[in-house]
Design a protein around this ligand. Sequence first.
Ligand code: DAK
Length: 261
Amino acid sequence: MSAVSESPVLVRREGRVGILTLNRPQQLNALNDALMDALGAALLAFDADEGIGAIVITGSDKAFAAGADIAAMAGWTYTEVVRDQFITRNWETLRQVRKPVIAAVAGFALGGGCELALACDIVVAAESARFGLPEIKLAMLPGAGGTQRLPRAIGKAKAMDLCLSGRLMDAAEADRLGLVSRVVPAERLADEALGLAATVAGYSLPALMSLKACVQRAWEGSLTEGIGYERRELYARFATEDAREGMQAFLAKRPPVFQHR
Ligand code: DAK
C-alpha cells in the first residue's frame, strides 16, 4: 500500500476507506509514543470524517508491529508510567473509534502489535502472519488488553499457552482458534483488506456504528444486557432514513442509495 507522507503513521484514503500504515520499518514497526500518538490522532480524525466509513490499519510485509518499542520502554520507571498514564493516554484511543476498523496483518504481530490487532474489529491475516504475546520473555506481561482480549478471543487454555510460553502462532493456527477473521495469500492482503473495507464502508454509517456497538456489548458484557441493548439499537434503525431506503430499495429491486443518516 503506498502512502502520501513520511511519519510514524502514513495516512491516505481510497473512497470511503481510511488507510493507516504503521511506518517504522527499521524497528519492525515497534510501537513508541510518537507512533501511538500519531495513530490515535489519525484514528480520531477518520472517525470524525463524514466521508470515511471504515478504517484499515496495516504494517509492512515483514511486520504489522513487533510490539512496544523495547528500547524506548527500557528506561521507563514505575513512577513515570503511572504519572504519564501511558496506556490510557495513547494506547487505547482505538477503543473510542465508532467506525469499523480492519487490521491487515502480514509478518509479526507481537506483544502490543498483537494487542493492537486484537482491538480491531476484523483481522485479515496474510499467510505470513505470526501472532504472539511474548512479554513474559522480558519479565513483563501483555498490558494493552492482551490478558483480557486473548482469552475472550481464543479461550483460556490457548491464551494461557501463548502468554505463559511466549511462543508464536502462525496464521493457520490463528485462523483455527478464531483470532483472525480470514487468512489470505500474502500478495493478496492489501486487495482483500481494502476490498472488504470498501464493501463495509458502502453500507449505512449509522447502521454500521450501531452494529459495531452491539457486537462490542456481546464481547464486553452480559447476555441479558447485550440483548436489551441490541433491541434498542434495532428499534433505533427505524428512525433512520437509510433503513427506509434500504428496505424500499430491496422491494423495488434496485441498489440502495444511502445518505448515512
Ligand atoms: N522494540 C524495539 N525494537 C525492535 C522490536 C521491539 N519490540 N522488535 C524488533 N526490533 C528491532 C530489532 O532490535 C532490530 O533492530 P536493529 O538491531 O536492526 O537496530 C530490528 O527491529 C529488526 O529486528 P531483528 O533483527 O530482531 O529481526 P528478526 O527477523 O531476527 O526477529 C523478531 C524478528 C520480531 C522475532 C524479533 O525482532 C523480536 O523478538 N522482537 C521483539 C518482540 C517482542 O518481544 N515483542 C514484545 C515487546 S513487549 C505498555 C503498553 C504495551 C506494552 C508495554 C507497555 N504501556 C503503555 C506502558 C507492550 C509490551 C510489548 O509489546
